[in-house]
Design a protein around this ligand. Structure first.
Ligand code: HEC
Ligand code: HEC
Length: 193
């Protein structure tokens, strides 16, 4: 009895979602925790919080499993994701991939739009002209993603203190200076398609 209670408490502590774990549909219950930060249906309400609804299942699963194994670094998600089983992670990836990608369009000036085209020239083959047409399943959408998030993420790909594993993306990010990074992030953030 005592053991059971403490297990339940531990689970609640990990998930930060008391009532949610009792929801009728288990995946909706799990997702409620994520939506607290990532927004309803995984559409970000702003700031440095990324939208996740509508990214590919392969990408979402890959990123979460890398956090769990420690192959990838995140200040917030690494600790949180360790509380989930591989099956729950797979189910969450499938759930969010089943949502529609809804770009959160952030206005940008004509200068950003013009310079952004140049700054993202090399990125087009994989991400598409506006970040909305990933060429592969492992490539995330960038159009209408939160610009502040994209900027921080690009800085992470360049920072040896963070472990990021995708070699081609690492090479591309390391060839950008900080000005290009800010411009590229704001360019993608302003794209609706
Ligand atoms: C306390 C807030 C918080 C909660 C709860 C949370 N996340 Fe996150 N998540 C973040 C932040 C902040 C980032 C981006 C920065 C980072 O990676 O640390 C992120 C990043 C992500 C990314 C990477 C997005 C990308 O484009 O690469 C995925 C996938 C993700 N979270 C999935 C989830 C899932 C699934 C859940 C629920 C099990 C969840 N998150 C719960 C804060 C949260
Ligand atoms: C060879 C293909 C390729 C090229 C070229 C490329 N990317 Fe990527 N990009 C990827 C892949 C694949 C990922 C996911 C990598 C991972 O899992 O860490 C990614 C991830 C990203 C992310 C993180 C998004 C998120 O949701 O966390 C940003 C931002 C990004 N790319 C921007 C760029 C920019 C800007 C350029 C050009 C300077 C570029 N990429 C060039 C394939 C590419």
């Amino acid at each position: 009895m005592v053991k059971e209670t403490s297990l339940v408490l531990a689970a609640l502590g990990l998930l930060c979602a008391g009532p949610a774990v009792q929801a009728a549909d288990p995946i909706e219950g799990l997702a409620r925790t994520c939506n607290n930060c990532h927004g309803v249906d995984g559409v970000s309400a702003g700031g440095a919080m990324p939208s996740i609804g509508g990214q590919s299942e392969a990408y979402l699963k890959h990123v979460m499993m890398e956090w769990k194994s420690g192959a990838r670094a995140s200040a917030t998600m690494t600790r949180l994701i360790k509380g989930y089983s591989d099956e729950q992670i797979a189910a969450l990836a499938k759930y969010y991939a089943g949502k529609t990608w809804r770009p959160v369009v952030q206005a940008a000036g004509a200068d950003v739009l013009a310079q952004g085209k140049d700054a993202t020239n090399r990125c087009e083959t994989c991400h598409g002209a506006t970040g909305g047409e990933p060429d592969e399943d492992d490539t995330p959408r960038l159009n209408g993603q939160q610009a502040r998030y994209l900027e921080l993420e690009l800085m992470k790909y360049r920072d040896d203190g963070f472990t990021m594993t995708h070699k081609k993306m690492l090479r591309n990010a390391r060839r950008m200076d900080e000005g290009d990074i800010t411009t590229a992030a704001r360019f993608y953030g302003s794209q609706s398609k």
